[in-house]
Design a protein around this ligand. Sequence first.
Ligand code: AMP
Ligand code: GLY
Length: 422
Amino acid sequence: MKILVVGGGGREHAIISKLKENKEVTEIFACPGNGGMAKDATLVDIGAKDIEGIVDFAKQNDIDFAVVAPDDPLVLGCVDALEAIGVPCFGPNKDAAIIEGSKIFSKNLMKKYGIPTAQYEVFEDEDSALKYLETAPIPTVIKADGLALGKGVIIAETREQAIDAVKSMMEDKVFGESGSRIVVEEFLEGPEVSVLSFTDGKVVVPMISSQDHKRALDGDKGLNTGGMGTVAPNPYYTDDIAKECMEKIFIPTMNAMNAEGRTFKGCLYFGLMITKDGPKVIEYNCRFGDPETQVVLPLLDSDLLTIMKACRNGNLSEVEVNWKKENACCVVMASKGYPQSYEKGFEITLPEGSKNIFVAGAVIKDGKLLTNGGRVLGVTRTGETLEAAIENAYEAVKTVNFSNAFYRNDIGQRALLALKNN
Ligand code: AMP
Ligand code: GLY
């Protein structure tokens, strides 16, 4: 069976590693993948947003199943285009991917169907947004409506910051058209939990919960990044919270999408905040999270391809989705300077035959693996306890080498503290 995975980061490497465990899989192609996954997949020099190129490639290479992983191609309709030529896919179609593609859509959906989320206002012109900010409660949160490489959310601690954020989005267009409409939303407080789920539009099966670490530096300081590390499960996600999320958020969201004629099939990601008034949705993503996937999939004890096919075919309730009773920790190793400017081209040495090192930004040149991105790779290790998983991950980090590497030293520490206080 020939599989095509669209995307090229650590998340895609984790998906590919798991898909390879299925004996029926004969070859995996990655569009475009990256040099660090060349041992696991055949790299195809077609960008993840080149829908036409991807469709042509799938047609010419008799692809049996495709997994579209990143937000951009999903929102652009990559699944629709592949399904139209008869390639079955894991991932939502364009109509359903709007749940991530437009924050205004997702906020209005939650309001209409009574799904708990922050209070908000939508603005389509700058003057009304600025007028509203004269009296809005501070801190406040400004969000660009469309996709913005994960950077379209600004937490404004002061009124001036809020005004600057609106101007940068609506006047200076720092996120292009994505910021021409914005959401201004209530600032919520509480621990954050990521819950990825499998859904076929009939049932929703949550994966093991996880916790991202978005800030660049130890102690949650520094700039926001794509994610510097993750742990799973997330201790803040207790059985009671999980039950409440299922009843008030997960099932209502699936039903809401069905009622809107936008049945969601694939991985629906719930970014949650556990506030004092209960769990609330911070954001939906229409895809696996990065680097959440790097801790979630190594804990999956069932066959990923079988589950993915069931999501697509509408028989998810008939397949097993089991989780190992373990913990996982992923430490992201980045290039010094990330998320701002950084140098590339340093040689990476990895331990021989090592599993669960998921490469995000690397290229092969003259037979050598060289750094080629801000987030270079994620080192995941499991353990019977969270403490052991963290220790194992940091031990493994020592076996990976490249110049100018930097990583956080405190991935999982907040979760450990929460465990102790539980
Ligand atoms: P996003 O890019 O949507 O994942 O948002 C980035 C981060 O902004 C989230 O992980 C939260 O930490 C924070 N955030 C988003 N919305 C809110 C909110 N309403 N209140 C407080 N923090 C928020
Ligand atoms: N780790 C957050 C995301 O994938 O959006």
